[in-house]
Design a protein around this ligand. Structure first.
Ligand code: FES
Length: 112
């Protein structure tokens, strides 16, 4: 089972986190299942960029990115080459290290 390491985030997981998960689940679901409240303003349908995270390790093991995700990802705050929308990225068999950016650009809710 792949191990997921989440780097500390000041609000969502100040101490960081580490847990094992099953391959094939969306990374967003995996994070939420472990009480890491990553934003998912569009309900995980790939229509916002609030679930953005940077994959510091294991990027290539995630499911392939589709054009629609790439388009939405362009709007994410703090975009990096290893960025993914976690609701669209399915966990593979390799360990992952995930960094949740400090901010999100939320075009859906009023919090901005
Ligand atoms: Fe909106 Fe992932 S929750 S794109």
């Amino acid at each position: 089972m792949p191990k997921v390491t989440v780097l500390p985030h000041p609000v969502l997981c100040p101490e960081g986190a580490e847990f094992e998960t099953e391959a094939g689940k969306s990374l967003c679901d995996v994070l939420l299942a472990h009480d890491i409240g990553i934003e998912h303003a569009c309900g995980q349908c790939g229509a916002c960029s609030t679930c953005h995270a940077v994959i510091r390790q294991g990027f290539d093991s995630l499911s392939e990115m589709e054009d629609r995700e790439a388009d939405m990802l362009d709007r994410a705050w703090g975009l990096e080459p290893e960025s993914r929308l976690t609701c669209q990225a399915k966990v593979g068999t390799e360990d992952l290290t995930v960094e949740i950016p400090r901010y999100t650009r939320n075009l859906v809710s009023e919090r901005g």
